[in-house]
Design a protein around this ligand. Structure first.
Ligand code: SAM
Ligand code: SF4
Length: 343
């Protein structure tokens, strides 16, 4: 089963976008229950429905053979998947993959950051929505700020090329902390991204239309405190936060880290989309905000011809990648929770 994959034409969708980035949800399970991501009582998939580590590796290899050069492992919480470090070792050695990266809530990083770095994970995104212990507990339902902070410290010492903190900003919950959080990241040389909450999965903790915070308003507030460098200045006077290139990172004078904005609700970035997502049960999702998908588990499971069948199926799926999402904070059209999707 170790055939050399011959170079194949890139994956290009009907809108001319090249797909070179795969996000893999390695598990739907999590040690936290963040209010924007999950319901309090979640029913997780029966284990046999999850892709095995070998199946994930086979699918990843097929994507890399089709020109995908970046893979992000996510979930659920990737660190709760048994065997995750071994999977990282396998994936990072795939010929043609430039970057293996991971998104984690940081809770288990204290124990595993060094192993991940050694296994070839180049960069980490770590979720941190507040620097206040009480709020972290309220937002994550189970999380302890101290665990995440020691995880972040361990990651900082483990030799990753870059670390980014991810903050989902909710009005009236943590929006008063954006400057503190930015400072926390920047003084450590980390990047930080502020994310607009997306309406994925029905939740009961809050009404998403009431907690929306537009990136533009955050950027304006942050620009009063930090000196945004002019060469890639975001346009803070338009009615939408945008800059010239696809990057929505703002350089800040005096720091190596940058401030980023992920604005799925107020600035549709779909024309720049280069990614697809593999769910923990093996569905290839072609867009975060649409249900278009293809079942790759069916193709990879118990199939000795998977290495031939997978590229054909993946190419076929890419022809169905939707042009854009249509998120509306007033309604939840997508019933999938973010932990299923792989954020
Ligand atoms: N458990 C890991 C973590 O929290 O970093 C990885 C999975 S989590 C689903 C990936 C990212 O999605 C996190 O940064 C999280 O904050 C974000 N996220 C979850 N639900 C979201 C939502 N409804 N809208 C926007 N971002 C969300
Ligand atoms: Fe778990 Fe991450 Fe979702 Fe929070 S955002 S519940 S840590 S998967």
């Amino acid at each position: 089963m170790n055939h050399k994959l011959t170079a194949q034409p890139a994956l290009i969708d009907p809108f001319g976008r090249t797909v070179n980035y795969l996000r893999i949800s390695v598990t739907d399970r999590c040690n936290l229950r963040c209010v924007y991501c999950m319901a309090e009582d979640m029913i997780f998939l029966p284990r046999e429905q999850l892709l095995s580590l070998e199946e994930i590796e086979t699918i990843a290899k097929a994507f890399v053979g089709l020109g995908v050069n970046k893979i992000r492992l996510t979930g659920g919480e990737p660190m709760v998947r048994k065997g995750i470090v071994g999977l990282c070792e396998k994936l990072s050695s795939l010929d043609g993959l430039n970057e293996l990266v991971m998104t984690t809530n940081g809770v288990l990083l204290d124990q595993h950051a060094n192993d991940l770095a050694k296994a070839g994970v180049k960069r980490l995104n770590i979720s941190l929505d507040s620097l206040q212990a009480k709020r972290v507990k309220q937002i994550t339902r189970h999380g302890q700020l101290a665990d995440v902070l020691s995880g972040i410290e361990a990651a900082g010492n483990a030799g990753f090329e870059r670390i980014k903190l991810n903050v989902v900003v909710l009005a009236g919950v943590n929006d008063d902390e954006v400057i503190d959080l930015a400072e926390f990241a920047l003084v450590r040389g980390f990047d930080i991204s502020f994310i607009e909450e997306m309406p994925l999965g029905e939740i009961s903790s809050h009404k998403r239309k009431d907690t929306q915070v537009a990136s533009l308003s955050l950027a304006q507030r942050l620009a009063e405190k930090f000196d945004f460098e002019p060469e890639n200045n975001l346009d803070l006077n338009s009615n939408q936060l945008s800059n010239k290139g696809p990057s929505r990172y703002q350089k800040v004078s005096g720091y190596t880290g940058r401030i980023g904005f992920i604005s799925p609700m107020t600035d549709n970035f779909c024309s720049r989309c280069n990614r697809v997502r593999l769910t923990s049960e093996g569905k290839l999702l072609l867009c975060l905000g649409n249900e278009h998908s293809m079942d790759l588990r069916e193709i990879v499971r118990d199939n000795t011809n998977a290495e031939v069948d997978l590229p054909i199926a993946i190419r076929d799926a890419i022809t169905r990648k939707p042009e854009k999402h249509h998120f509306d904070a007033n309604k939840t059209d997508i019933i999938r929770f973010m932990n299923m999707t792989g954020g």
